[in-house]
Design a protein around this ligand. Structure first.
Ligand SMILES: *Cc1c(COP(=O)(O)O)cnc(C)c1O
Length: 227
């Protein structure tokens, strides 16, 4: 199937309130343009240099999502243009994003990444750490960031029960924070970023509003091939 066929397949199968982010990491510009020409506007990238290069050479009306783990010293490169930063996992990183947002006279949208997987390799905050950040005095001082939701990745397993439990736990945290803290703590929680090619259906069933799909749109990634 072609990229445009893959995209229209997704469009017809996901609810209208769910935004499809095409994850284009390692994929060359001509394939991204193929998706663009089929109407796709939201793209996600993990690696900062690649994200910057692509944003410079591709159409300016693309919404770029930084979905990977982000180091503080890289924030300045994406601050001028990034649409949404998904993987925010520390107060220090939020402070740096705020600083770079001020320099660029922007408000930068962020998601707090929550650790939900059983396996030990994924980044993210515990629910408690997340709440402590939101409740902190230092967080209140950050005027140029907008926390618009939470992000999480489930365990890489074929056991759908485990994946379902993990996504449900993130949705519960999302709902609880929305009930308890949104009005009083300068939060604007609208989005839950969860679900990839292998588990997006389970994610949507658990309240996801942003799905990050790579291989089911562009095909498998080949990390040995340089573009
Ligand atoms: C690569 C990646 C994706 C897309 O994964 P696929 O399995 O190719 O759909 C989604 N989210 C993050 C954070 C990723 O790094």
């Amino acid at each position: 199937m072609s990229i445009s066929q893959n995209l229209s397949h997704f469009k017809s199968h996901i609810p209208e309130h769910v935004c499809l982010i095409a994850v284009s990491k390692t994929k060359p510009n001509h394939l991204i343009l193929e998706a663009y020409n089929a109407g796709q506007r939201h793209f996600g990238e993990n690696y900062i240099q690649e994200l910057v290069d692509k944003s410079e050479s591709l159409p300016k009306d693309i919404f770029w999502h930084a979905i990977g783990h982000l180091q503080s010293n890289k924030v300045k490169y994406i601050a001028p243009f990034v649409h949404l930063i998904h993987g925010v996992d520390s107060l220090k990183l939020l402070q740096e994003i705020n600083k770079q947002a001020i320099k660029n006279k922007r408000i930068i949208n962020c998601l707090l990444q929550i650790y939900i997987a059983k396996e030990g390799t994924k980044f993210g905050l515990s629910p408690e750490e997340c709440e402590n950040i939101i409740l902190s005095e230092k967080f209140r001082e950050l005027q140029n960031i907008n926390i618009v939701g939470l992000m999480g990745m489930a365990s890489n397993t074929n056991d759908e029960k485990i994946v379902n439990t993990e996504f449900a736990s993130l949705n519960n945290l999302f709902l609880r924070l929305n009930n308890e803290l949104t009005k009083t703590h300068n939060l604007n929680l609208e989005h839950l970023s969860m679900g990839m090619s292998s588990d997006y259906k389970i994610a949507i069933a658990n309240g996801s509003t942003l799905i990050r799909i790579g291989s089911s749109i562009f095909g498998e990634r080949d990390y040995n091939q340089t573009n």
